[in-house]
Design a protein around this ligand. Structure first.
Ligand code: C2E
Ligand code: MG
Ligand code: MG
Ligand code: MG
Length: 290
Protein backbone atom coordinates (compact mmCIF):
# COMPACT_ATOMS: atom_id res chain seq x y z
CA UNK A 1 0.00 0.00 0.00
CA UNK A 2 2.75 2.40 1.00
CA UNK A 3 4.57 1.56 -2.20
CA UNK A 4 1.51 2.48 -4.24
CA UNK A 5 1.20 5.78 -2.41
CA UNK A 6 4.84 6.51 -3.13
CA UNK A 7 4.25 5.76 -6.77
CA UNK A 8 1.29 8.09 -6.87
CA UNK A 9 3.37 10.82 -5.29
CA UNK A 10 6.09 10.37 -7.90
CA UNK A 11 3.44 10.71 -10.59
CA UNK A 12 2.16 13.92 -9.00
CA UNK A 13 5.72 15.30 -8.89
CA UNK A 14 6.31 14.30 -12.48
CA UNK A 15 3.10 15.94 -13.56
CA UNK A 16 3.97 19.07 -11.64
CA UNK A 17 7.43 19.18 -13.17
CA UNK A 18 5.95 18.67 -16.58
CA UNK A 19 3.40 21.43 -16.20
CA UNK A 20 6.05 23.76 -14.75
CA UNK A 21 8.18 23.06 -17.78
CA UNK A 22 5.29 23.76 -20.14
CA UNK A 23 4.57 26.97 -18.26
CA UNK A 24 8.21 28.04 -18.57
CA UNK A 25 8.19 27.40 -22.31
CA UNK A 26 4.91 29.27 -22.61
CA UNK A 27 6.30 32.21 -20.57
CA UNK A 28 9.31 32.45 -22.87
CA UNK A 29 7.10 32.53 -25.96
CA UNK A 30 4.94 35.17 -24.32
CA UNK A 31 7.93 37.33 -23.48
CA UNK A 32 9.14 37.12 -27.05
CA UNK A 33 5.74 38.17 -28.33
CA UNK A 34 5.56 41.01 -25.79
CA UNK A 35 8.79 42.46 -27.18
CA UNK A 36 7.64 42.11 -30.79
CA UNK A 37 4.20 43.59 -30.05
CA UNK A 38 5.55 46.28 -27.69
CA UNK A 39 3.30 45.28 -24.83
CA UNK A 40 5.48 47.03 -22.25
CA UNK A 41 4.76 50.40 -20.71
CA UNK A 42 6.82 52.67 -18.52
CA UNK A 43 5.35 54.12 -15.39
CA UNK A 44 7.09 56.84 -13.46
CA UNK A 45 7.50 57.45 -9.78
CA UNK A 46 8.59 60.91 -8.65
CA UNK A 47 11.80 61.44 -6.74
CA UNK A 48 10.90 64.08 -4.22
CA UNK A 49 12.75 66.61 -2.13
CA UNK A 50 11.26 65.78 1.26
CA UNK A 51 11.89 69.29 2.55
CA UNK A 52 9.45 71.05 0.24
CA UNK A 53 7.79 68.20 -1.66
CA UNK A 54 9.09 69.40 -5.03
CA UNK A 55 9.85 66.91 -7.79
CA UNK A 56 13.54 66.30 -8.31
CA UNK A 57 13.15 63.62 -10.97
CA UNK A 58 11.55 60.29 -11.68
CA UNK A 59 12.34 56.61 -11.80
CA UNK A 60 11.04 54.70 -14.79
CA UNK A 61 9.46 51.40 -13.76
CA UNK A 62 8.43 48.87 -16.35
CA UNK A 63 5.04 47.15 -16.54
CA UNK A 64 3.73 44.55 -18.94
CA UNK A 65 0.29 45.20 -20.36
CA UNK A 66 -0.56 41.55 -20.90
CA UNK A 67 -3.49 40.96 -23.28
CA UNK A 68 -5.04 38.32 -21.00
CA UNK A 69 -3.47 38.64 -17.56
CA UNK A 70 -3.73 42.42 -17.34
CA UNK A 71 -1.07 44.79 -16.05
CA UNK A 72 1.91 42.86 -14.67
CA UNK A 73 4.61 44.26 -12.40
CA UNK A 74 8.32 43.67 -13.01
CA UNK A 75 8.65 41.00 -10.32
CA UNK A 76 6.57 38.67 -12.52
CA UNK A 77 8.86 38.81 -15.55
CA UNK A 78 12.23 40.57 -15.04
CA UNK A 79 13.90 37.46 -13.65
CA UNK A 80 12.75 35.33 -16.54
CA UNK A 81 13.84 38.07 -18.91
CA UNK A 82 17.30 38.00 -17.35
CA UNK A 83 17.50 34.20 -17.50
CA UNK A 84 16.46 34.08 -21.14
CA UNK A 85 18.49 37.06 -22.28
CA UNK A 86 15.35 38.96 -23.29
CA UNK A 87 16.36 41.63 -20.79
CA UNK A 88 18.73 43.00 -23.42
CA UNK A 89 15.95 43.92 -25.82
CA UNK A 90 13.64 44.99 -23.00
CA UNK A 91 16.39 47.14 -21.48
CA UNK A 92 17.10 48.77 -24.84
CA UNK A 93 13.44 49.54 -25.22
CA UNK A 94 13.28 51.05 -21.71
CA UNK A 95 16.29 53.26 -22.42
CA UNK A 96 14.91 54.58 -25.70
CA UNK A 97 11.37 55.04 -24.43
CA UNK A 98 12.36 56.80 -21.20
CA UNK A 99 14.81 59.11 -22.96
CA UNK A 100 12.09 60.01 -25.47
CA UNK A 101 9.60 60.71 -22.68
CA UNK A 102 12.07 62.89 -20.79
CA UNK A 103 11.68 66.00 -22.97
CA UNK A 104 7.98 66.20 -22.25
CA UNK A 105 8.70 65.99 -18.53
CA UNK A 106 11.40 68.63 -18.61
CA UNK A 107 9.19 70.99 -20.67
CA UNK A 108 6.63 70.95 -17.88
CA UNK A 109 9.04 71.63 -15.05
CA UNK A 110 10.84 74.79 -14.06
CA UNK A 111 13.77 72.92 -12.54
CA UNK A 112 16.22 70.47 -14.07
CA UNK A 113 14.86 66.95 -13.72
CA UNK A 114 16.67 63.68 -13.25
CA UNK A 115 15.63 60.56 -15.13
CA UNK A 116 16.55 57.36 -13.33
CA UNK A 117 16.56 53.95 -15.03
CA UNK A 118 17.10 50.42 -13.77
CA UNK A 119 19.82 48.62 -15.65
CA UNK A 120 20.41 44.90 -15.37
CA UNK A 121 24.00 43.70 -15.05
CA UNK A 122 23.25 41.49 -18.07
CA UNK A 123 22.96 44.67 -20.12
CA UNK A 124 26.21 46.14 -18.83
CA UNK A 125 28.03 42.89 -19.53
CA UNK A 126 27.19 43.15 -23.21
CA UNK A 127 30.26 44.41 -25.09
CA UNK A 128 28.29 46.93 -27.17
CA UNK A 129 26.47 48.54 -24.25
CA UNK A 130 28.46 51.75 -24.09
CA UNK A 131 28.04 52.43 -27.81
CA UNK A 132 24.36 51.66 -27.64
CA UNK A 133 23.97 54.03 -24.73
CA UNK A 134 25.74 56.94 -26.42
CA UNK A 135 23.87 56.32 -29.66
CA UNK A 136 20.50 56.29 -27.92
CA UNK A 137 21.30 59.52 -26.07
CA UNK A 138 22.22 61.17 -29.36
CA UNK A 139 19.17 59.91 -31.22
CA UNK A 140 16.73 60.90 -28.51
CA UNK A 141 18.48 64.15 -27.58
CA UNK A 142 18.66 63.04 -23.95
CA UNK A 143 21.08 65.24 -22.01
CA UNK A 144 23.47 62.79 -20.28
CA UNK A 145 23.82 64.91 -17.16
CA UNK A 146 20.10 64.41 -16.49
CA UNK A 147 20.33 60.64 -16.67
CA UNK A 148 20.97 58.24 -13.82
CA UNK A 149 21.50 54.49 -14.16
CA UNK A 150 20.53 52.32 -11.21
CA UNK A 151 22.59 49.18 -10.77
CA UNK A 152 22.45 46.53 -8.06
CA UNK A 153 25.15 44.68 -6.22
CA UNK A 154 24.66 41.70 -8.55
CA UNK A 155 27.09 43.60 -10.74
CA UNK A 156 29.76 42.26 -8.44
CA UNK A 157 29.00 38.78 -9.76
CA UNK A 158 30.23 39.94 -13.12
CA UNK A 159 33.82 40.98 -13.72
CA UNK A 160 34.59 43.87 -11.35
CA UNK A 161 37.75 44.46 -13.36
CA UNK A 162 35.62 45.18 -16.43
CA UNK A 163 32.68 46.88 -14.73
CA UNK A 164 34.72 49.52 -12.92
CA UNK A 165 36.21 51.01 -16.10
CA UNK A 166 32.88 50.74 -17.93
CA UNK A 167 31.07 52.68 -15.21
CA UNK A 168 33.90 55.19 -15.28
CA UNK A 169 33.40 55.74 -19.02
CA UNK A 170 29.66 56.10 -18.53
CA UNK A 171 30.22 58.66 -15.79
CA UNK A 172 32.63 60.58 -17.99
CA UNK A 173 29.63 61.30 -20.23
CA UNK A 174 27.98 63.03 -17.29
CA UNK A 175 25.62 60.17 -16.48
CA UNK A 176 25.11 59.39 -12.80
CA UNK A 177 25.39 55.93 -11.33
CA UNK A 178 23.27 54.86 -8.38
CA UNK A 179 23.49 51.73 -6.26
CA UNK A 180 19.92 50.46 -6.00
CA UNK A 181 18.53 48.57 -3.00
CA UNK A 182 21.62 49.58 -1.10
CA UNK A 183 22.24 47.61 2.07
CA UNK A 184 20.52 44.39 1.03
CA UNK A 185 23.47 42.69 -0.68
CA UNK A 186 26.11 40.48 0.78
CA UNK A 187 29.18 42.39 -0.22
CA UNK A 188 31.58 44.16 2.08
CA UNK A 189 31.86 47.92 2.26
CA UNK A 190 35.20 47.94 0.49
CA UNK A 191 33.58 47.38 -2.90
CA UNK A 192 31.91 50.79 -2.82
CA UNK A 193 35.25 52.46 -3.32
CA UNK A 194 36.02 50.09 -6.18
CA UNK A 195 32.94 51.24 -8.04
CA UNK A 196 32.48 54.77 -9.24
CA UNK A 197 29.06 55.48 -7.76
CA UNK A 198 27.34 58.86 -7.29
CA UNK A 199 24.32 57.88 -5.26
CA UNK A 200 23.33 55.25 -2.75
CA UNK A 201 19.64 54.39 -2.84
CA UNK A 202 18.82 53.10 0.61
CA UNK A 203 16.55 50.08 0.34
CA UNK A 204 13.04 50.38 1.63
CA UNK A 205 13.53 47.58 4.14
CA UNK A 206 15.53 50.02 6.28
CA UNK A 207 12.88 52.69 5.99
CA UNK A 208 9.98 50.36 6.62
CA UNK A 209 10.81 49.72 10.23
CA UNK A 210 12.80 52.87 10.99
CA UNK A 211 9.86 53.77 13.20
CA UNK A 212 10.03 50.78 15.50
CA UNK A 213 13.64 49.74 15.09
CA UNK A 214 16.35 52.03 16.33
CA UNK A 215 18.84 49.69 14.64
CA UNK A 216 17.56 50.63 11.19
CA UNK A 217 17.78 54.28 12.15
CA UNK A 218 21.39 53.77 13.12
CA UNK A 219 22.14 51.98 9.85
CA UNK A 220 20.67 54.87 7.88
CA UNK A 221 22.67 57.37 9.90
CA UNK A 222 25.76 55.29 9.29
CA UNK A 223 25.13 55.26 5.52
CA UNK A 224 24.62 59.04 5.62
CA UNK A 225 27.96 59.54 7.35
CA UNK A 226 29.77 57.17 5.01
CA UNK A 227 28.28 58.75 1.88
CA UNK A 228 29.37 62.18 3.08
CA UNK A 229 32.90 60.96 3.65
CA UNK A 230 32.97 59.40 0.18
CA UNK A 231 31.33 62.38 -1.53
CA UNK A 232 28.25 60.43 -2.57
CA UNK A 233 24.63 61.44 -2.33
CA UNK A 234 21.86 59.40 -0.83
CA UNK A 235 18.24 58.84 -1.71
CA UNK A 236 15.68 56.75 0.12
CA UNK A 237 13.12 54.34 -1.22
CA UNK A 238 9.75 53.40 0.14
CA UNK A 239 8.73 56.37 2.28
CA UNK A 240 5.10 55.70 3.13
CA UNK A 241 4.33 57.78 6.19
CA UNK A 242 4.89 61.33 7.33
CA UNK A 243 6.59 59.98 10.41
CA UNK A 244 9.16 58.16 8.27
CA UNK A 245 9.76 61.31 6.24
CA UNK A 246 10.29 63.44 9.33
CA UNK A 247 12.62 60.86 10.84
CA UNK A 248 14.65 60.60 7.63
CA UNK A 249 14.86 64.39 7.30
CA UNK A 250 16.21 64.39 10.82
CA UNK A 251 18.98 62.05 9.63
CA UNK A 252 19.87 64.50 6.87
CA UNK A 253 18.15 62.63 4.01
CA UNK A 254 16.55 64.90 1.40
CA UNK A 255 15.62 62.92 -1.72
CA UNK A 256 13.04 60.17 -1.44
CA UNK A 257 10.60 58.04 -3.34
CA UNK A 258 7.54 56.54 -1.79
CA UNK A 259 3.81 56.08 -1.66
CA UNK A 260 3.56 59.04 0.76
CA UNK A 261 4.26 61.32 -2.21
CA UNK A 262 3.10 59.19 -5.12
CA UNK A 263 2.93 55.64 -6.37
CA UNK A 264 4.40 54.95 -9.78
CA UNK A 265 1.97 56.45 -12.30
CA UNK A 266 1.36 56.49 -16.04
CA UNK A 267 3.22 59.05 -18.10
CA UNK A 268 0.19 61.30 -18.54
CA UNK A 269 -0.53 61.26 -14.81
CA UNK A 270 3.09 62.19 -14.16
CA UNK A 271 2.58 65.31 -16.32
CA UNK A 272 -0.11 66.32 -13.84
CA UNK A 273 2.16 65.76 -10.85
CA UNK A 274 4.78 68.03 -12.44
CA UNK A 275 2.31 70.91 -12.33
CA UNK A 276 2.00 70.66 -8.56
CA UNK A 277 4.27 72.73 -6.37
CA UNK A 278 4.52 70.10 -3.69
CA UNK A 279 3.67 66.43 -3.34
CA UNK A 280 3.56 66.59 0.46
CA UNK A 281 0.01 65.52 1.36
CA UNK A 282 -1.90 68.72 2.10
CA UNK A 283 -3.30 67.66 5.46
CA UNK A 284 0.22 67.43 6.81
CA UNK A 285 1.34 70.38 8.86
CA UNK A 286 5.09 70.38 9.33
CA UNK A 287 6.53 71.74 12.49
CA UNK A 288 9.26 74.05 11.24
CA UNK A 289 12.73 72.92 12.12
CA UNK A 290 14.50 75.06 14.65
P1 C2E B 1 13.43 49.18 -7.58
O1 C2E B 1 14.28 49.69 -8.67
O2 C2E B 1 14.03 49.11 -6.24
O3 C2E B 1 12.14 50.10 -7.61
C1 C2E B 1 11.43 50.51 -6.49
C2 C2E B 1 10.22 49.62 -6.25
O4 C2E B 1 9.65 49.97 -5.01
C3 C2E B 1 9.11 49.79 -7.29
O5 C2E B 1 8.46 48.54 -7.47
C4 C2E B 1 8.18 50.78 -6.59
O6 C2E B 1 6.84 50.70 -7.04
C5 C2E B 1 8.30 50.32 -5.17
N1 C2E B 1 7.97 51.38 -4.22
C6 C2E B 1 8.24 52.69 -4.33
N2 C2E B 1 7.82 53.38 -3.24
C7 C2E B 1 7.26 52.47 -2.42
C8 C2E B 1 6.62 52.55 -1.13
O7 C2E B 1 6.49 53.61 -0.53
N3 C2E B 1 6.18 51.39 -0.58
C9 C2E B 1 6.30 50.19 -1.23
N4 C2E B 1 5.83 49.10 -0.62
N5 C2E B 1 6.90 50.07 -2.45
C10 C2E B 1 7.36 51.20 -3.03
P2 C2E B 1 8.16 47.93 -8.90
O8 C2E B 1 7.71 48.99 -9.85
O9 C2E B 1 7.27 46.75 -8.68
O10 C2E B 1 9.58 47.43 -9.39
C11 C2E B 1 10.21 46.36 -8.79
C12 C2E B 1 11.62 46.17 -9.27
O11 C2E B 1 11.65 45.74 -10.64
C13 C2E B 1 12.46 47.44 -9.26
O12 C2E B 1 12.88 47.70 -7.94
C14 C2E B 1 13.58 47.06 -10.20
O13 C2E B 1 14.54 46.29 -9.55
C15 C2E B 1 12.86 46.19 -11.21
N6 C2E B 1 12.57 46.97 -12.42
C16 C2E B 1 11.58 47.86 -12.66
N7 C2E B 1 11.68 48.39 -13.90
C17 C2E B 1 12.78 47.85 -14.45
C18 C2E B 1 13.44 48.00 -15.73
O14 C2E B 1 13.06 48.80 -16.59
N8 C2E B 1 14.57 47.25 -15.93
C19 C2E B 1 15.05 46.38 -14.98
N9 C2E B 1 16.15 45.68 -15.28
N10 C2E B 1 14.46 46.22 -13.79
C20 C2E B 1 13.35 46.95 -13.52
MG1 MG C 1 15.45 51.17 -9.00
MG1 MG D 1 15.42 50.02 -5.30
MG1 MG E 1 13.88 47.67 -4.52
Amino acid sequence: CSKREGGARVTVFAQEMYSNMLRAIEDRKELKRAIAEEEFVLWYQPLVDMKDGSIYGSEALIRWQHPVRGLLGPYTFIRLAEETGHIIEIGNWVLRKACSDFHKFQEKSSRPLLLSLNVSSKQLELPGYFDLLTRTLQETGMPPDHLQLEITESILMSEPALMGPLLQRIRALGIKIAFDDFGTGYSSLSYIQKFPVDTLKIDQSFVRSVVDSSVNGKIIQFIMGMSEALGMSVSVEGVETEFEATTLLGFGCRIAQGFLYSRPVERETFFGLLKRKSLIPSEVIRIPAA
